[in-house]
Design a protein around this ligand. Structure first.
Ligand code: ZN
Length: 203
C-alpha cells in the first residue's frame, strides 16, 4: 500500500511557509515503511534539527480506482481519520533549494502517524470537517476542510490520473496553518470532529 500525500492545500499554510500557491495539487508519496506503528513513540531522527508536525485529514481508499470522475469519487473511500505528516523541515528546505525530490524529508521511517479509522457514513460528507492537533494539552493546529484549495473528491480525481488507487491506500490531504517543531517529551493528540483519534509521544 502507499500513502498519497498532498502539499500546499490550505492558503494560510502556504503563507506561513512563504510558498507559492500551486496551480494544481502538489503530490508526493510516502512508502509504507513510513507508518509509525500504533502505540509506538516517535523518535526524532538524527539527520534533522527541525522536525515539524503537520496534522492532516486522512482518507482510506476502499477499491481500485483510475481516472476517477467527480460524481463517483465518494465511492472510492470508506473511512476518515487524522494523522501526522512529520517533515524534516531543514532537510526539505535544502532539497527544495536544490530542486531535488523531498522523499528523505517526508518519507523517512515513522514519519506517518495514522489515527483510528471512523466509517465515513458517521459524517455528513467531507466538506466542513473540523480537525486539529493538541501539543502538550494546547491547540497548535485547527483546520476546517472547508478551507481546502482542492476538496477530497477533487483530490481523488486528480491523484488517480497519475497513480492507480488501491484498496488500503491512504490519502493525506494537506495541513492547515500552525505547523511547528517537535521536541523530546512532546505529547501530540489528533482530533477529528471532537474525537481523539491518535496520541503520540516524541522521544
Ligand atoms: Zn503534509
Amino acid at each position: 500500500m502507499k500513502l498519497l500525500c498532498v502539499g500546499r492545500n490550505y492558503a494560510a499554510h502556504i503563507e506561513e511557509l512563504a510558498n507559492q500557491r500551486p496551480e494544481s495539487p502538489v503530490l508526493f508519496i510516502k512508502p509504507d515503511s513510513a507508518i509509525l506503528p500504533r502505540e509506538q513513540d516517535f523518535f526524532i531522527p538524527d539527520f534533522s534539527q527541525d522536525v515539524h508536525y503537520e496534522v492532516e485529514l486522512l482518507v482510506r481508499i476502499c477499491k481500485v480506482g483510475k481516472h476517477i470522475t467527480p460524481e463517483f469519487a465518494h465511492t472510492y473511500y470508506d473511512a476518515l481519520s487524522v494523522g501526522i505528516d512529520f517533515t524534516a523541515r531543514d532537510l526539505q528546505q535544502q532539497l527544495k533549494d536544490k530542486g531535488l525530490p523531498w522523499e528523505k524529508a517526508k518519507g523517512f521511517d515513522g514519519s506517518a502517524v495514522i489515527g483510528q479509522w471512523v466509517p465515513k457514513d458517521r459524517f455528513s460528507g467531507t466538506e466542513t470537517l473540523q480537525f486539529g492537533l493538541r501539543k502538550n494539552g494546547e491547540w497548535v493546529q485547527q483546520g476546517d476542510t472547508a478551507h481546502m484549495l482542492w476538496k477530497v473528491d477533487e483530490l481523488l480525481c486528480y491523484v488517480s490520473k497519475y497513480f492507480t488507487l488501491k484498496k488500503g491506500d491512504i490519502l493525506f490531504t494537506g495541513t492547515p496553518a500552525g505547523v511547528g517543531r517537535v521536541a523530546p517529551n512532546d505529547y501530540l493528540v489528533g482530533v477529528l470532529e471532537g474525537k481523539e483519534l491518535f496520541s503520540v509521544k516524541v522521544k
